[in-house]
Design a protein around this ligand. Structure first.
Ligand SMILES: *Cc1c(COP(=O)(O)O)cnc(C)c1O
Length: 428
């Protein structure tokens, strides 16, 4: 039987709701804590920082959330995204495994990040917020927020980790093209940034530091809120659009994934593709294995400890119960800058503790080798982040080959690497 290469949904088949796994978790995650009182954080306490609609989602235990019409219309600019059967990769590996990937790289900014940037800008817009702040590592989240803010007429300030600001100059141009202000973090426009620079003028920055700066700006400027591109429940909620589409597309392909694999920075693309499938396991006992592919340089799930930690370096955010390497952890400088976050978020951490998630810590060299193999086999140059998912998929495909099993593997291609060509040049 000839199977199709690309499995497409029509625009009218775009899911109309996001899925909240909180409704189906066997053990609820521990609450976030107010760092001063150490009491469970109340929704009102988050509203100075985030739009009300997003805070509501953050605390929600409701299973399905309607996607606002205006967001649906914007999703239709690039969604539904294709599910692709990776015949080329299967052949290159000579494996009996059937490999599928969801291609999130086709979004206008080249990654899955837009799936959450659009609703985040929307919920701020309907509340009348006129300025947003955020941080970005590789520049993917900053690019996504930039176009989302442009659409809703919101001003955006982006704090970009200095190391990336210098190593990934084109991302900066993308953000400025969409009209955003971009600062290298640590910067001298915040008190926290000035303090860091006074102690270490050559500081290269980290995501944790950039978050501290963006949070400080949001709480000290009028009519301003902050946005975060991963880790928090509401971000994972938005990203389930990936898995909900994939669920229907796998059905159309007549297959069900044995293993679902995604790279892991703060968990948004991983949760997005896998939670809609995990729900079948939680509610119907269906078997599926979830694999998070982390960089060996920042292995929060594989080597971190589950404890309360801050989301940023300065300790300004609520305390979050999560697998963490410590909020002052400074990972070495890898090309997959989007995976250099120190913690794993509440939901993923609880699911990991309860045995629903496995993780691999993958060395940069293995990831790049996988990326090059994939580029040659499928024609798409993957983002350095996504190469970790590809490397983990290759490990599983080779295991299947050894065992003579036709495992069905589904991975998320979170983004393309066309703005990361200097990283490939260095590898080659
Ligand atoms: C940001 C990013 C990641 C990592 O973030 P998650 O929240 O873990 O998904 C992975 N891939 C790409 C392309 C990214 O831009």
């Amino acid at each position: 039987m000839k199977t199709t290469k690309k499995i497409m949904l029509s625009e009218s088949e775009l899911p109309k709701q996001w899925y909240n796994i909180m409704a189906d978790m066997p053990t609820q995650p521990q609450p976030m804590l107010n760092p001063q009182t150490r009491k469970p954080l109340l929704p009102q306490e988050m509203e100075d920082l985030f739009a009300k609609g997003l805070v509501e989602q953050e605390f929600s235990e409701k299973r399905w959330h309607d996607i606002p019409d205006e967001v649906l219309q914007l999703y239709k600019n690039y969604r539904p995204t294709p599910l692709v059967r990776a015949f080329g990769l299967e052949k290159a590996l000579d494996t009996p495994a059937k490999i599928f990937f969801k291609n999130e790289s086709i979004s206008p900014v080249g990654s899955h990040k837009l799936n959450s940037a659009l609703p985040q800008a929307y919920f701020n817009h309907i509340q009348g917020i006129t300025r947003l702040t955020t941080e970005t590592g590789a520049g993917q989240w900053g690019s996504a927020m930039s176009i989302a803010c442009k659409h809703f007429g919101i001003e955006l300030e982006v704090f970009m980790v200095k190391q990336s600001y210098e190593a990934k100059p084109y991302r900066k141009v993308v953000m400025k093209t969409y009209g955003s202000k971009v600062y290298a973090s640590p910067s001298n426009i915040t008190e926290y940034g000035r303090k860091v620079l006074a102690e270490d003028p050559d500081c290269r920055g980290s995501l944790g530091m950039a978050i501290s700066e963006a949070v400080e700006r949001a709480v000290t400027q009028p009519n301003t809120r902050y946005t975060l591109g991963s880790v928090l429940n509401h971000v994972l909620l938005h990203q389930t659009i990936i898995g909900l589409e994939a669920e229907r597309q796998m059905e159309m392909a007549g297959e069900y994934p044995d293993k679902i694999i995604a790279c892991f920075g703060g968990g948004s693309n991983f949760s997005g593709i896998s939670f809609p499938f995990l729900r079948h396991k939680l509610t119907g006992g269906r078997s599926v294995e979830l694999i998070a592919a982390e960089p060996a340089a920042c292995p929060k799930l594989t080597k971190g400890v589950l404890e309360y930690d801050f989301g940023d370096s300065a300790g300004m955010t609520p305390l979050i119960p999560m697998y963490t390497l410590g909020h002052d952890f400074q990972p070495e400088q890898i090309h997959a800058a989007g995976l250099r976050y120190h913690g794993g978020g509440r939901i993923v951490s609880q699911l990991k503790k309860d045995g629903y998630i496995n993780s691999y810590a993958i060395e940069q060299l293995e990831a790049f080798k996988a990326g090059i193999l994939f580029a040659g086999a499928e024609g798409i140059i993957p983002a350095p982040e996504s190469t970790h998912a590809i490397a983990a998929t290759i490990r599983e495909a080779l295991k299947a080959k050894e065992a003579g099993r036709a495992d069905v593997l589904l991975f998320n291609l979170s983004g393309h690497g066309l703005l990361d060509i200097p990283a490939y040049e260095e590898y080659l």
